[in-house]
Design a protein around this ligand. Structure first.
Ligand SMILES: *[C@@H]1O[C@H](CO)[C@@H](O)[C@H](O)[C@H]1NC(C)=O
Length: 369
């Protein structure tokens, strides 16, 4: 027991030295040049700040606003970090707003972005379209559809007459995806037991899995997944997925679309299945620790721990952590032994591209969890 407390004490000292303060300040017309991790599109600085917060390693950002005129990089949200956690340079420049990740601000609440953006297109990621009288009705259509994360509405003055009043419903991943899943002896990986897999439906269900079965063809999305259950959850939240196949030897999840027929074939090492859309899919797959598997990348930080169970508990208790990998003492390189890597990906609504376009209105679902 005593060693336990000493350990906890040491760990909290370690994590204190890593942590930055909660900094809510937004610096208008200031750039933090360089030290980019990546850039993503954002319609405004608030959205950009949440992207930075949900990105595993982003500590601060610079956002090129709609009124940025030096080139056409409007709506670019640059995610940044430095070892110190502070920007090395601050440059005054018109059209850029900079700020900090909210990772250290507890409780961090998932954003509900109620603003709509006039003359802004959330380009791509469409899964369904309908005609609505105005953008408010389009926003309601998006909010009522659990798959819809954001929308673009084409108003009555748009140049191309045929698509006036068209309401495009759009999708981005709200379920954590593991970007890389690979075999690595000595490593144990798993998910936070608080992983939000779908919205809360009152009816529980198990969904339908077909073991040792493949459904050839009709692939629309191919992505890594940890298990057939994980693949099924991805299919259940992806609006165009009619059924899926999961190949175990390379951890590949094939989401498929064919609403006319489903042709199954016996095949070892492949699990296929049907999504669950109107019930709470059981989340047993979230509780499984995968021995000999690494969810490589997407690291928030690492801490030293005695075993994979402690790593899982730490991940579950940390609201930022979605999944973890623990390096045990059977791993080949002892330098990494006992490291518990806490990981996450962006799960907020994120348009793949944001551009200026006259006579369209874009916005986000109001169905916020
Ligand atoms: C995974 O394995 C299957 C069958 O073994 C193969 O057909 C497929 O191309 C592989 N997929 C990837 C992404 O490597």
């Amino acid at each position: 027991m005593e060693t336990y407390f000493i350990l906890v004490g040491l760990l909290s000292i370690c994590s204190l030295s890593f942590s930055q303060e909660c900094n809510l300040q937004l610096l208008e017309n200031v750039d933090f040049p360089g030290t980019d991790i990546t850039f993503l599109y954002s319609p405004d600085v608030e959205h950009c700040q949440h992207l930075c917060t949900q990105h595993p390693s982003c500590l601060f950002f610079s956002f090129l606003r709609a009124d940025w005129t030096r080139d056409n990089r409007n709506f670019y949200c640059y995610l940044k970090s430095t070892p110190s956690g502070e920007p090395t340079v601050r440059t005054p420049i018109l059209g850029i707003t900079s700020g900090f990740s909210l990772k250290q601000c507890y409780p961090y609440i998932n954003p509900c972005l109620s603003q709509v953006y006039q003359n802004v297109d959330f380009f791509g990621a469409d899964y369904r379209a309908l005609f609505t009288a105005d953008y408010e009705e389009c926003q309601r259509a998006c909010t009522k559809d659990p798959a819809c994360q954001f929308f673009t509405f084409v108003n009555g003055d748009f140049t191309s007459e045929k698509i006036r009043f068209k309401c495009h419903l759009k999708f981005s991943w709200a379920v954590p995806r593991t970007p890389i899943v690979e075999t690595k002896p000595g490593v144990v990986s798993g998910f936070s037991h608080k992983t939000q897999i779908t919205q809360n439906f009152p009816t529980a269900c198990e969904g339908k899995l077909f073991p040792s079965t493949t459904i050839p063809g009709n692939d629309i999305v191919v992505l890594p997944a940890a298990s057939p259950g994980h693949c099924q959850t991805l299919c259940s939240t992806y609006p165009l997925c009619t059924y899926f196949s999961y190949v175990s030897n390379n951890f590949t999840c094939y989401l498929k679309n064919n609403a006319n027929e489903m042709v199954t074939t016996a095949k070892e090492g492949v699990t296929s299945g049907i999504p669950a859309r109107f019930c709470q899919l059981d989340d047993d797959w979230v509780k499984v620790a995968h021995e000999g598997i690494d969810f490589r990348g997407s690291d928030i930080r690492f801490e030293l721990m005695d075993d994979a169970n402690a790593c899982e508990r730490t991940c579950t208790e940390d609201p930022n952590c979605q999944f973890y990998s623990y390096v045990g003492e059977r791993f080949s390189d002892r330098f990494y032994w006992r490291r518990c890597y806490l990981k996450r990906v962006i799960t907020m609504p994120a348009p793949p591209k944001v551009t200026k376009l006259a006579n369209v209105v874009s916005g986000f679902t109001q169905n916020c969890v």
